[in-house]
Design a protein around this ligand. Structure first.
Ligand code: ADP
Ligand code: ZN
Length: 298
């Protein structure tokens, strides 16, 4: 009865971090702390978790973190974010817990949407956040893809939209997907915040083209039933999803029988849980960890 157990979760974000205790999709308690240094932030979270262990006796913890992380080793990889490169994430947070699961923040959000949101009942779906960056959680055959590190499909290169000569804003790749469509990339392109770009501005076509190219590649590569779109840009522009749907169909060129004009509205959908996807996802990770039984990897 893994889904009925009381479990704990931590979502580490770039600016704030959240700890939760919950049962099923019910959050019993919540604690927020700014993300400053690993010592301060993980220390505060650990103290809260210790208090909750006494009060609630959670059976497992799910931890989801901003990246880049080594999911296998539970540590932060080299990152420009001050103080965090090489930090041990899982060690301090998992102390005192018998069962632990660890994933990226976006995989956590994918698992939350999969259990309680826009991916319910699906074994193969992708969660794509278009916000400060572009992150992807890939659920294939009911399990998150981890690989050697974790997927970084936000940085794939896409065929450029005709007429779009913006150099792109990714410090590594220039005009990779993230470099073209993230909130900061749109701001760099326009000279003002993405939320101020009018819905009928033709530059949204460039953004939809880039996303459509990437989504077509993802449908072709992983054969997901659904791509769930979240994030400040992804959800903040209601007109964008229809453009992306149309551009995805164009990029697919009618090749995939299961993705067509009749069902594209079900194949590409907005996220349903908003900011709750992450915290709920950490609870799902912990519940799944219990269900997998002793000795299973996170
Ligand atoms: P994060 O990716 O850091 O978790 P969000 O998903 O909220 O955070 O994304 C933040 C980004 O989304 C910012 O770059 C912001 O400019 C952009 N954004 C927020 N609201 C909107 C909106 N209504 N339209 C377009 N972009 C938006
Ligand atoms: Zn990039």
């Amino acid at each position: 009865m893994g889904s009925e157990a009381v479990v704990a979760g931590v979502e580490l974000g770039g600016t704030k971090s959240i700890a939760v205790i919950g049962r099923g999709r019910e959050i019993l308690a919540r604690y927020r702390v700014p993300t400053t240094t690993p010592g301060e932030t993980l220390g505060a979270l650990s103290r809260q978790l210790a208090a909750w262990r006494t009060e609630y006796r959670p059976r497992a913890i799910g931890i989801a973190s901003f990246g880049p992380v080594s999911v296998r080793e539970g540590v932060m990889l080299p990152t420009p974010k001050p103080h965090w490169a090489g930090a041990d994430i899982v060690g301090p947070l998992a102390e005192g817990f018998g069962a632990v699961a660890f994933h990226t923040d976006v995989t956590g959000a994918a698992l939350g949407e999969g259990r309680f949101g826009a991916g319910v009942g699906l074994s193969d779906f992708l969660y794509v956040t278009v916000g400060t960056g572009v992150g992807m959680g890939l659920i294939v055959g009911g399990r998150p893809v981890t690989g050697m590190m974790h997927p970084e499909a936000g940085h794939v290169r896409v065929r450029r939209s005709p007429g779009d000569d913006f150099a792109g804003a990714c410090p590594f790749h220039g005009d990779c997907l993230e470099g073209l469509v993230s909130g900061p990339a749109i701001a760099a392109r326009c000279g003002h915040g993405a939320h101020l770009l009018a819905a009928d501005d033709p530059r949204w076509i460039y953004i939809a083209d880039a996303l459509g190219e990437a989504f077509a590649t993802l449908f072709l590569t992983l054969s997901p039933a659904r791509i769930i779109v979240g994030g400040g840009v992804g959800l903040g522009q209601p007109h964008l999803l229809d453009l992306v749907r149309a551009r995805t169909l164009t990029a697919l060129g009618g090749y995939l029988g299961y993705v067509d004009g009749g069902n594209i509205g079900e194949r590409i959908v907005p996220a349903a849980l908003g900011d709750e996807a992450g915290p709920l996802g950490t609870l799902v990770m912990a519940q799944d960890r219990i269900a997998a039984g002793p000795g299973a990897a996170g």
